[in-house]
Design a protein. Structure first.
Length: 418
C-alpha cells in the first residue's frame, strides 16, 4: 500500500491509472490492436463523465456517442456498438457493487477501483497529525514546501520505506516466537538469521528445538518446547523459490475482521509500535477503506478480460492481402525468378494494408467475472506499507515480492476539481 500526496484527480487521469494498474500486473500480457486501444479510450472518455450511467439509458445520447466515436475516433459501426454494449455491462457491475453496500467505484481503467475520501475528513486529519508527530513539531506544510531544506523532504520520503532494513537472507535476525501484535516484537530476542534455503531452515528449526528442550530440562520441565515448528509459515514449495543473497521487503501481517476493520499482527517496518501508536491506528483505518477495493481488484485479477479484438499474426498474413511469403512464385526466395525489388515492394504494400486495416470485434459477451467480489473478510493478509510525498505512485519492487495488488491513499491532494 502506498500512502502519498497527489496533484491530480486520481479517478479521472487515464495515463496515471494505466501506470498504476501495470505496477504489479501478474496476468499474462496480451498485445492489443490499435483498434482495440481506440475502443478502450472511447469508452473511458464516456465513463469519465459523472452522469454517463444516466445518459446511457437515453437513446438520443447513445446515438450521439456513436456518432462522435465514428467521427473523432474513426471507429466502425461494429466497434462503436461494442463500446455501447460494454458500457451497459460496466453499469450493471457498478449497480451490483452499489447495492451490496460497498463504496468501491470502477475507474475508467479495467482492474483499477477507487473510492472518495474527503481530504478534510477525520481520517485525513488523524493521519496528518500522526505524520507530524513522526516528523517533529513543524506544521505539515513546512515539510513539503518546495523551498524547504532537502533534509526534511528526505525525511518525509523515508519515514516508511520498504527498502530500508529489508530482509536479507543469512543476515536479518529472526524472532524466536510468533507475535500477535506489534508490541510483542519489542520484547523478543532473535535465535539467528533468516536462512537462505530449505535445508538451512530445517537445520535452524532443529537447533532451536534442541536448545529449547535443553533449557526446559534444566528448568525441570519434561515437556520439550517445539512451538517453532508451527511458527515457521513457509512451505517447501515457497522455500524452493528462495535465492540466497536476495533481498526481500518485510511485509506486515494484518487480519481483516468480519466487519472489514483491520488489526495489525506485526509491526510496520521502521515505525515504533509504542512511540507512534497513533500512526498504526490511522493506517489500520486506511487499510480498512481499501479492503472493498482490493476485493474488487483481486476478483478482476482472477478473471482477466479477453481481448476485445483477438489478434492472430498468422491470420494477419492473410488479411487484408496476402503476405508475399504466402504467394510463392517470384516472391519465393528459393525461386530462380525471385526479385528483391519486387519482393520489397510487395512487403511495403502488405505493411500499409495491415496498418490501415480496421478489424472488427465479435458481438459483446459479458466477461466471466462474477458480480460478487472475492471476500477478504476473516482472512490474514500481508501488506507492504510506504509513506511518501511523491506525486506519482512508484514502488520499485521485483517479481520475487509476489505482490498482486496495490492500494494508494492520497493524504494531500492539490489542484483537485470539485
Amino acid at each position: 500500500m502506498i500512502i502519498t500526496k497527489s496533484c491530480i484527480k486520481p479517478e479521472a487521469d487515464l495515463s496515471k491509472l494505466e501506470k498504476l494498474k501495470n505496477l504489479y500486473d501478474a496476468c499474462e500480457v496480451s498485445w492489443k490492436t490499435v483498434a482495440e486501444q481506440t475502443m478502450i479510450e472511447a469508452g473511458a472518455e464516456i465513463r469519465g463523465c459523472s452522469d454517463w450511467a444516466d445518459k446511457l439509458e437515453n437513446e438520443a445520447d447513445r446515438e450521439q456517442w456513436i456518432a462522435e466515436m465514428k467521427e473523432k475516433k474513426s471507429l466502425t459501426d461494429k466497434q462503436a456498438a461494442y463500446v455501447i454494449s460494454e458500457l451497459f455491462y460496466y453499469k450493471k457491475l457498478q449497480s451490483f457493487v452499489d447495492n451490496s453496500g460497498s463504496n468501491a467505484k470502477h475507474s475508467v481503467v479495467d482492474m483499477v477501483w477507487y473510492t472518495d475520501i474527503p481530504e478534510n475528513s477525520d481520517l485525513a486529519q488523524e493521519f496528518n497529525i500522526a505524520l507530524s508527530n513522526i516528523l517533529g513539531t513543524m506544521p505539515k506544510d513546512h515539510y513539503f514546501r518546495k523551498n524547504v531544506d532537502q533534509l526534511f523532504k528526505d525525511m518525509a520520503e523515508q519515514i516508511v520505506d520498504p527498502t530500508l532494513y529489508s530482509l536479507v537472507y543469512k543476515s536479518t535476525p529472526i524472532l524466536s516466537k510468533p507475535i500477535t501484535c506489534p508490541k510483542d516484537a519489542l520484547n523478543l530476542c532473535s535465535f539467528g538469521t533468516v536462512p537462505g534455503s530449505i535445508d538451512a531452515w530445517k537445520q535452524a528449526i532443529c537447533n532451536l528445538n534442541a536448545s529449547m528442550a535443553k533449557r526446559n530440562k534444566k528448568n525441570g520441565s519434561d515437556q520439550p518446547e517445539t512451538a517453532i515448528n508451527s511458527f515457521v509459515p513457509f512451505s517447501e514449495e515457497y522455500l524452493g523459490l528462495i535465492d540466497p543473497g536476495e533481498r526481500h521487503w518485510l511485509p506486515t501481517d494484518i487480519y481483516v475482521n468480519e466487519d472489514g476493520s483491520v488489526d495489525f499482527k506485526s509491526y510496520i517496518n521502521n515505525i515504533h509500535p509504542e512511540e507512534h501508536a497513533d500512526m498504526y491506528s490511522a493506517i489500520s483505518k486506511i487499510l480498512s477503506k481499501t479492503v472493498p477495493l482490493l476485493e474488487q481488484a483481486l476478483t478482476d485479477w482472477e478473471h482477466p478480460r479477453d481481448l476485445r479484438i483477438p489478434y492472430d499474426y498468422d491470420n494477419c498474413l492473410e488479411f487484408p492481402i496476402k503476405h508475399p511469403s504466402k504467394l510463392g512464385g517470384k516472391y519465393d526466395i528459393y525461386n530462380t525468378e525471385f526479385d528483391d525489388e519486387v519482393y520489397d515492394e510487395a512487403i511495403d504494400q502488405w505493411r500499409e494494408s495491415v496498418i490501415n486495416a480496421t478489424p472488427d470485434p465479435e458481438n459483446f459477451v459479458e466477461p466471466e467475472r462474477p458480480l460478487a467480489a472475492y471476500s477478504l473478510h476473516n482472512k490474514n493478509l500481508q501488506v507492504v506499507v510506504e509513506i511518501t510525498d511523491k506525486t506519482e505512485p512508484y514502488f520499485p519492487s521485483t517479481a520475487s515480492e509476489n505482490i498482486i495488488a496495490t492500494a494508494v491513499y492520497f493524504y494531500d491532494i492539490q489542484g483537485r476539481n470539485p
